[in-house]
Design a protein around this ligand. Structure first.
Ligand code: NDP
Ligand SMILES: O=C1OC[C@@H](O)[C@H](O)[C@H]1O
Length: 389
């Protein structure tokens, strides 16, 4: 059989901040070292909106000699760019993704895709209309370990999943670590623990109770109850807990069961205070035949255990996934590989995170913010696109 032809995706990097650097560094890693042979990544251009000097420093740090711009407009106009990676603050995702789509570029945008579900719906519609690929960069979904867990749930390894508990909490001295200006708690950048970290807890909840079902059976939660603690200085949430109920379709059509979930995030207490997982798993996926326990951090887990229960006996088995993330890499190339494969195949969305699921998660976050009293400025929440922002 002839080998599949390699596809090169040419990336434009929008922003030169912390995660744009990490993502680009991962892009430059040789795909064959992780067993990826059918796609390859080319960094074609980088742009900073603030200065040409920042772009130059970014390129120098990564030893890159591609095009460098001092505006996002120039980046999206570059005909050598196929796909744009958006690494700007939450507040600007709607505007920046639209800018790229309008110029005919495929887009991978950092999480959350937008501040609210309405903005996301508009972007998806735009991508659909223009036949462009669009994906929220929830990289966790594309890690081999995550895919392995989702497969195990689908195979029924722990039976019917009836409860998921997921935590993504940092345990920081908030005033010192984040202050009031950093994007983590700055309302003008749509900061807050929920949009920044809670999205990972919700990702696990949805992966287990929604994504694992056949498409026709996926249903949004029937109940959402949330509590938020708003930071006394900025008003963004520093802690959020959400209880969710999902309708569950049982295999034998017995009257409908319900699954419950708790998604948590907290900046002042930690999922893993000693960094050794002594406090227990970040994620517990509890089924009728056993439980999967995932060690944190939830966004980049490296180990999990399966506890199988039968006839009153429980067995704990550690699970190891080959690959995983070579030393020094972050592991963001798995999501980049997915983008390249999808673009190659002419797909508009990734099966790993279909648009309807992404929107359902954003709707839960909208509802949690409504209940918790967290609204961002209208200029950020709005759906008016202005090319100049
Ligand atoms: N997947 C993951 O693991 C992570 C994801 N993230 C996500 O990435 C995004 C960016 O986070 P991060 O890189 O940490 O943030 P940074 O503040 O480090 O970088 C953001 C960059 O966005 C650009 N930018 C454009 N407009 C603005 C503006 N008005 N204010 C500030 N910056 C602006 C700037 O780049 P320039 O001046 O070059 O234009 C800036 O450097 C967020 O969506 C966050 O949730 C963050 C951390 C980890
Ligand atoms: O997305 C994220 O994942 C990793 C965290 O360190 C970071 O703060 C967050 O934005």
């Amino acid at each position: 059989m002839a080998a599949e032809e390699r596809f090169d995706l040419r990336w434009g990097i929008m922003a030169t901040g912390n995660i744009a650097y990490t993502f680009t560094k991962d892009l430059l890693s040789d795909p064959t070292t992780r067993g990826t042979t059918n796609v390859h990544h080319v960094v074609a251009a980088v742009a900073s909106s603030s200065s040409a000097e920042k772009t130059r420093q970014f390129l120098d740090k990564l030893n890159l000699s591609c095009a460098g711009y001092s505006s996002y407009e120039e980046l999206v106009a570059d005909s050598n760019v196929d796909a744009v990676y958006v690494g700007t603050p939450h507040s600007h995702h709607f505007q920046h993704v639209m800018l790229a789509l309008e110029e005919g570029k495929h887009v991978l945008c950092e999480k959350p895709l937008t501040v609210n579900a309405n903005q996301a719906k508009i972007l998806c519609e735009e991508a659909r209309k223009r036949k462009l690929f669009l994906m929220e960069a929830v990289w966790t979904r594309y890690l081999p370990l995550t895919i392995d867990i989702v497969d195990k749930i689908r195979q029924g390894t722990i039976g019917e999943v009836l409860r998921v508990i997921a935590d993504t909490s940092f345990g920081d001295e908030v005033e010192k670590t984040w202050g009031t200006e950093h994007r983590m708690l700055n309302k003008d950048l749509a900061g807050g623990a929920l949009l920044d970290l809670g999205i990972y807890s919700l990702t696990w909840v949805f992966q287990c109770l929604y994504h694992t079902l056949p498409e026709s059976q996926r249903k949004a939660p029937s109940a959402v109850a949330a509590q938020m603690t708003l930071n006394y200085l900025t008003g963004a949430d520093e802690a959020t807990s959400i209880l969710l109920t999902f309708p569950t379709t049982t295999p034998n059509n017995v009257p409908e069961w319900k699954s419950q979930a708790i998604a948590m995030t907290n900046l002042r207490v930690s999922t893993d205070p000693d960094g050794k997982n002594t406090a227990g798993p970040a994620i517990r996926i509890q089924g009728t035949k056993g439980e999967i326990q995932v060690e944190g951090p939830s966004f980049r887990p490296e180990r999990y255990h399966i506890i199988s229960c039968s006839d009153g006996n429980a067995q704990r088995q550690p699970c190891h996934v080959e690959h995983l993330i070579p030393q020094g890499d972050r592991g963001m190339y798995w999501e980049a590989d997915e983008v390249a494969r999808c673009v190659k195949a002419g797909k508009l969305s990734s099966d790993g995170l279909p648009w309807d699921e992404m929107i359902a998660i954003l709707e839960v976050m909208d509802e949690a913010r409504r209940q918790g009293g967290l609204a961002y400025p209208e200029s950020i929440e709005g759906t008016h696109y202005s090319a100049k922002q």
